[in-house]
Write a protein that binds this ligand. Structure first.
Ligand code: HEC
Ligand code: HEC
Ligand code: HEC
Ligand code: HEC
Ligand code: HEC
Length: 483
């Protein structure tokens, strides 16, 4: 039996060996298959279960093909809150901005923003919040829809196939009329997949006419844009075609341009088409210069509203996130909006961009620590340090502007004429524009801390100069010469 045993033992060993080898082979094969599968997955990361095209504005349809992105996209309906950002709840409306900045109510006297001006919240609410704002007590224009809904099929219809032509009709339409058409066509959705993605290839793109025209005007000018290398390349070329971000921009640039379709300073009323004021560049002074050079049909210099108490023809700033980011170190270093607000998540071998667009402070690990090797607490403290200083500078500027308004009223009480008050009104326009620019920007200074501080410093200075001009109205603002 020794032999047999030996043979038997050998057999057993042999069988075990076969099993081990088979198992190992199966394992390796499975692994190889898995790797191949994942590589294929990474190359074509989706199976088309639903046909989606240029008119598919319903994100749920796209969600059938790209469930991971859709699932995170839906989370924008959740309430979020940080020290300065986000919003506390989905049940009620966000709080009024004037609660944190009481001077805003005074600044906006005579304008719809004094009636109702709230904190933003997630993308899921953009159409609803616009439909419900009390600012509609003043008649609003169809241009408003540009940034609050999946509007391109409506533009196409209004322009008989030409999106730009349709867009250029909407400023003369009322908000209600445009909104009704949007819903009747079944496009009553917040910003949707089709607004940022080409449906065949899924590459990112920009669709908003306001952005396409604004960025082409920026390129055609000569303002330095070191953070946008494709514009500098286009400028060096033959310039036969206008700059077209969808053809000319780099992928990194596109990861910010998709947001720049809406998170920008703009003009929007029934007097002329929606306009992004970028022809002279992206700084606060560049935009001011464009507005100052713009005239209404009657020849009057452009303004957003006349201040109810002083009569100053002033400008209203709107969320210039794209512009302020453009002045910061992150833009200069090639860090895009999507890097911080839509960071990658791993899902097997595929990278999924987080479509839960929200404050990066809720997601520091993926939004910041990919580049910065400091603890979450340290990074958060650095951000809040910047933001708190910015908040205090804003309050300072607010005090100065309120003092300026009071000074103008006092001068009027004492009998100052329109002419004598004019220099102070001009200072009010300049000071409010700068203060409002940073108050309306939503990062509380983070997107470009030094630039924000510079602007707020100038705002306070201009307001105090205006106050002096008002108090010394008899001498045209000059210090009377001592006898
Ligand atoms: C380097 C990272 C970074 C980049 C790049 C960046 N942001 Fe931000 N953003 C932040 C931080 C940090 C905040 C402050 C969040 C807070 O206070 O909770 C913020 C705030 C915001 C807010 C307000 C968020 C809220 O919850 O209230 C908006 C809107 C925004 N950014 C849009 C943009 C856009 C548009 C771009 C590109 C043009 C951009 N950001 C680029 C980091 C970034
Ligand atoms: C079609 C216009 C549009 C586009 C494109 C867009 N946004 Fe917004 N975004 C909005 C509007 C409108 C709101 C405010 C919604 C509200 O308050 O109801 C908003 C809100 C936000 C908020 C605040 C979220 C919160 O929870 O408080 C952040 C952050 C933000 N957007 C970042 C981005 C970034 C980053 C991009 C690009 C990837 C982007 N947005 C693209 C229009 C847009
Ligand atoms: C160029 C794009 C754009 C246009 C045009 C636009 N919005 Fe917005 N809107 C935004 C963005 C981005 C936000 C989120 C950031 C913020 O709240 O500052 C927002 C926020 C809002 C909010 C929520 C916060 C608040 O201000 O109370 C309301 C309401 C709103 N918009 C109404 C309107 C109305 C009314 C119009 C037309 C007069 C309009 N929007 C035109 C981009 C736009
Ligand atoms: C505000 C613009 C915006 C909207 C709206 C949007 N996306 Fe994206 N999406 C992006 C950006 C930015 C990227 C990153 C692209 C890149 O880096 O090339 C991306 C990437 C993707 C990708 C490629 C894989 C990945 O995750 O990086 C898929 C698939 C995708 N999105 C699906 C969707 C779907 C489905 C919807 C609607 C439910 C949607 N997206 C809505 C901006 C958007
Ligand atoms: C893709 C890389 C990248 C990401 C993501 C990123 N940063 Fe940065 N950050 C940089 C670079 C590059 C600089 C410039 C300084 C340098 O070169 O080290 C910088 C600078 C800064 C500074 C100094 C700012 C100043 O004006 O001097 C702060 C604070 C900062 N980052 C915070 C953050 C926070 C918070 C986040 C996440 C919300 C973040 N960063 C995300 C790359 C990144």
């Amino acid at each position: 039996m020794t032999e047999a045993n030996a043979t038997g033992g050998g057999m057993r060993k042999y069988v075990i060996l076969i099993i081990v080898v088979a198992a190992a082979t199966a394992g390796v094969t499975a692994l190889l298959l898995n790797v191949a599968e994942r590589k294929a997955e990474a190359r074509t990361p989706f199976v088309r279960l639903a046909e989606v095209g240029e008119d598919t504005t319903d994100p749920a349809e796209w969600g059938k093909n790209w469930p991971k992105q859709y699932d995170t996209y839906k989370l924008t309906a959740l309430p979020t809150k940080t020290k300065f950002g986000g919003h506390g709840g989905s049940e009620a409306m966000p709080s009024q901005k004037a609660e944190a900045f009481p001077f805003l109510t005074r600044m906006f006297q005579g304008y719809a923003f004094a009636i109702d001006y709230r904190d933003r919240r997630g993308h899921a609410y953009m159409l609803q919040d616009q439909e419900e704002t009390e600012r509609h007590k003043a008649q609003q224009t169809g241009s408003c829809i540009h940034c609050h809904a999946s509007v391109i099929p409506l533009y196409r219809k209004l322009g008989d196939g030409d999106v730009i032509a349709g867009f250029e009709k909407t400023y003369a339409m009322t908000y209600q009329e445009t909104n009704k058409m949007l819903h009747d066509m079944g496009n009553g959705h917040a910003v949707s997949c089709v607004d940022c993605h080409e449906p065949e290839s899924m590459t990112i793109r920009v669709t908003r006419p306001g952005f396409l025209q604004g960025i082409a005007a920026l390129a055609a000018g000569d303002a330095p844009v070191p953070h946008l290398p494709s514009i500098e390349r286009w400028r060096a070329g033959n310039r036969k075609q206008p700059y077209d971000p969808n053809a000319d921009a780099t992928r990194t640039e596109m990861r910010s341009f998709v947001c720049g379709q809406c998170h920008v300073e703009y003009y929007c009323s029934d007097k002329f088409k929606l306009t992004f004021p970028w022809a002279e560049g992206l700084t606060v002074e560049n935009a001011e210069s464009v507005w100052d050079a713009t005239t209404f049909e009657n020849g009057e210099r452009f303004y957003d509203y006349k201040h109810k108490e002083t009569g100053a023809p002033v400008l209203k700033a709107q969320h210039p996130e794209f512009e302020l980011w453009s002045q910061g170190i992150h833009a200069r270093s090639g860090v895009a909006c999507a890097d911080c607000h839509m960071p990658y998540m791993r899902d097997g071998a595929t990278k999924v961009s987080d479509h839960w667009v929200r404050s990066p402070l809720l997601n520091i690990a993926r939004a910041c620590q990919t580049c910065h090797h400091f603890s979450e607490d340290e990074l958060k403290a650095r951000v809040e340090n910047i933001q708190t200083k910015n908040f205090n500078l804003l309050q300072n500027g607010g005090k100065a502007v309120v003092d300026l308004i009071d000074g103008i009223l006092e001068a009027r009480d004492q009998g100052a004429s329109d002419e004598q008050i004019a220099p102070a009104l001009e200072f009010q326009r300049k000071a409010q524009w700068r203060l409002d620019y940073i108050a309306a920007e939503n990062s509380m200074g983070f997107h470009a801390p030094q630039e924000a501080a510079r602007i707020l410093g100038e705002a306070a200075d201009l307001a105090r100069q205006g106050q002096v001009a008002a108090l010394r109205w008899k001498t045209g603002g000059k210090v009377p010469i001592a006898k």
